[in-house]
Design a protein around this ligand. Structure first.
Ligand code: ADP
Ligand code: MG
Length: 456
C-alpha cells in the first residue's frame, strides 16, 4: 500500500469551494493508486466561526480576568479540527468516495500532557491502517492528540501548538511509512521571502530539511520546524504545494538528496512577524557567569519560550523573546532570586528595566529583612521593546567570507539601524526597529536573492 499523507491548512478548507478543490486533489491521488491519509486544520483564520482563535476568544471572553484551564482550553481548541475533519470526510462522500473522520486520539496519536504545546510520543496507526485496507480515505484532525489523564481516567485531548497540523502530518507519515507527506497551503511552496512583502519572491524547487527548519524557526510560518525535523529523522520526502494550482511546489529532502540540483547560494530572507523583545543581562565578570546563564536558559526552556539572537560578551548575555511571551518572561525574571555556587556562595537578584518595579523592591526588601549571610549581587536587565528580527538563510552561511560585511552594508546603505546581530551555521540575523522590518526584507532580498550579488 502506497500511503500518501496530504495536509490541508486553514485557508485550503475555509469554504465549500476550496474544500472541493482540496478533495479533488485527494481523489486524484486515490485514483493514481495511493492510499491517502488527509490531515486538516480548522476552518479559516481569525474571525471565522470555527477557527482556533475564535474558539479561544469565545472562552476568554466570558471573563478576561479568569484564564481558562489549560486542559479545558485544549478541549475547546481541538473542536475546530474535529469539525473540519467531519466536513471534509462528508465532502469526499458527497463526491462518491468512502471516507472516515478520525480525531487525533482515534487516529492513535499519543502525546505528553503538556497542554497547549504537547509533543507526539508515539502513534498507534492500527485504526488508520484498518480503514485504508477497507478502501476508505482517512481524514484525521490535525493539531491534536491524546495524553494519559493524570488520574488514569479516559485520556485527555491535547493540542500541539501553533502550526501543529504540519507536525501531525509528518508524524503520521513516519508512523505509516508513507511514500511522501504533502503540505498543501495557499502559496506555491517555500519562497525566498514572505510573499506578503516580496510578491515576486521565487518558489524554491528544492530545499534541505535543515534549511527549511531554520527558515521556519527564523519566522516563516509556511511549515512548522518540528514537522521538518520529524520528516528528516525518518527520511520521508516532504512537499509544500499549493491547493489552488498544479505547480510542482517545493521538495524538502536531505542535503545529499538535493545534490546535483542547483541550490541557490542564499536560500532566502525571513523575518519574525510581530514584535520581539530584546534583553541584555549585565551579569558582570564573575566566575559563576556560565552557571547563571545555564539557569536562565533552563528557566526559559521550562516556560517554553523560544529564544532568538543569543549572544555573549565577557560580562553580558543577551537574547530576544517573542512579544507575546514577554509578559510571562518579565514575571519570571523581575525580582528573581537565584542562588549561585554549590553550596550557594552568593545570591543574585534580577532587576528588569530602568526603574525598579514593585515586585523587585518587595523581593529586595525581603532579602534585606532576612539578614542572610550570603552576599547579594544585582543583575540589571536592559529591555528593548518594539523590535524584530530579519535573517538571511543559506547552507554553510557562516563559513562564507565577506557575507557579514555585505549584509551590514546593505542595511546601512538603506538607512536601517542595526541594533544587534547574531549568526549560526545556517543563518545571519539582525535586530531592527519594528518600523524598518519590511524595508530590511526588501533590500536584503534584492541584494542577496534577486541580484544574487553574493553568488557572483
Ligand atoms: P496554512 O494555514 O496552510 O498552514 P500558513 O499561514 O500556516 O498556512 O502558512 C502559509 C503562509 O506562510 C503563506 O500564506 C505566506 O504568507 C507565509 N509565508 C511566510 N514566509 C514564507 C516563505 N518564505 N515562503 C512561503 N510562504 C511564506
Ligand atoms: Mg500553517
Amino acid at each position: 500500500m502506497k500511503i500518501l499523507v496530504m495536509k490541508f491548512g486553514g485557508t485550503s478548507v475555509d469554504s465549500q469551494e476550496h474544500r472541493e478543490i482540496a478533495a479533488r486533489k485527494v481523489i486524484r491521488a486515490k485514483e493514481d493508486g495511493f492510499a491517502p491519509v488527509v490531515v486538516v486544520s480548522a476552518i479559516g483564520r481569525r474571525g471565522a466561526p470555527y477557527a482556533t482563535d475564535t474558539l479561544i476568544e469565545f472562552l476568554r471572553g466570558i471573563d478576561p480576568s479568569v484564564p481558562p484551564n489549560p486542559r479545558e482550553l485544549d478541549l475547546m481548541m481541538a473542536c475546530g479540527e474535529i469539525i473540519s475533519t467531519v466536513v471534509m470526510a462528508h465532502t469526499l462522500k458527497t463526491m462518491g468516495y468512502d471516507a472516515v473522520a478520525l480525531t487525533g486520539g482515534q487516529a492513535g496519536i499519543i502525546t505528553d500532557n503538556e497542554y497547549g504545546n504537547a509533543r507526539v510520543l508515539q502513534i498507534h496507526p492500527q485504526a488508520i491502517r484498518h480503514h485504508l485496507e477497507s478502501g476508505r480515505i482517512v481524514v484525521v484532525a490535525g493539531f491534536q492528540g491524546v495524553a494519559e489523564d493524570k488520574l488514569g481516567f479516559h485520556p485527555d485531548i491535547t493540542t500541539l501548538g501553533r502550526g501543529g497540523s504540519d507536525t501531525t502530518a509528518s508524524a503520521l507519515g513516519a508512523a505509516l511509512n508513507a511514500v511522501a507527506v504533502e503540505i498543501y497551503t495557499d502559496v506555491d511552496g517555500v519562497k525566498t521571502a514572505d510573499p506578503d512583502i516580496i510578491p515576486d519572491a521565487r518558489t524554491l524547487p528544492v530545499i534541505s530539511y535543515e534549511e527549511v527548519a531554520e527558515i521556519a524557526h527564523q519566522g516563516a510560518k509556511v511549515l512548522h520546524p518540528r514537522a521538518a525535523e520529524i520528516a528528516m529523522l525518518h527520511n520521508i520526502p516532504l512537499w509544500v504545494k499549493s491547493t489552488f494550482t498544479d505547480e510542482t511546489g517545493t521538495l524538502v529532502t536531505s542535503a545529499e538528496g538535493a545534490e546535483g540540483v542547483d541550490l541557490p547560494e542564499v536560500t532566502g530572507v525571513t523575518h519574525i512577524t510581530g514584535k520581539i523583545v530584546y534583553l541584555v543581562f549585565h551579569i558582570g565578570e564573575v566566575p559563576e557567569k556560565p552557571e547563571i546563564e545555564l539557569q536562565l536558559y533552563r528557566l526559559m526552556a521550562r516556560a517554553d519560550v523560544n529564544l532568538y539572537l543569543n549572544s555573549y560578551s565577557h560580562d553580558t548575555l543577551s537574547f530576544a523573546v517573542p512579544r507575546d511571551r514577554w509578559g510571562l518572561v518579565q514575571k519570571l525574571l523581575d525580582g528573581l532570586v537565584m542562588p549561585v555556587g554549590a553550596p550557594p556562595q552568593r545570591l543574585v537578584i534580577f532587576r528588569v528595566g530602568e526603574k525598579p518595579s514593585r515586585e523587585y523592591q518587595l523581593q529586595k526588601q525581603m532579602l534585606d529583612a532576612l539578614g542572610n549571610t550570603l552576599s547579594v549581587q544585582e543583575i540589571a536587565v536592559d529591555v528593548l521593546e518594539n523590535c524584530t528580527m530579519v535573517s538571511l538563510i543559506a547552507a554553510k552561511l557562516s563559513r562564507r567570507p565577506g557575507v557579514m560585511a555585505l549584509f551590514l552594508r546593505t542595511l546601512y546603505d538603506a538607512g536601517i539601524q542595526v541594533l544587534q546581530t547574531a549568526d549560526s551555521e545556517m543563518s545571519l540575523s539582525c535586530l531592527v526597529n519594528e518600523s524598518d522590518v519590511e524595508k530590511a526584507v526588501r533590500v536584503l532580498h534584492e541584494r542577496f536573492v534577486a541580484d544574487r550579488a553574493y553568488a557572483q
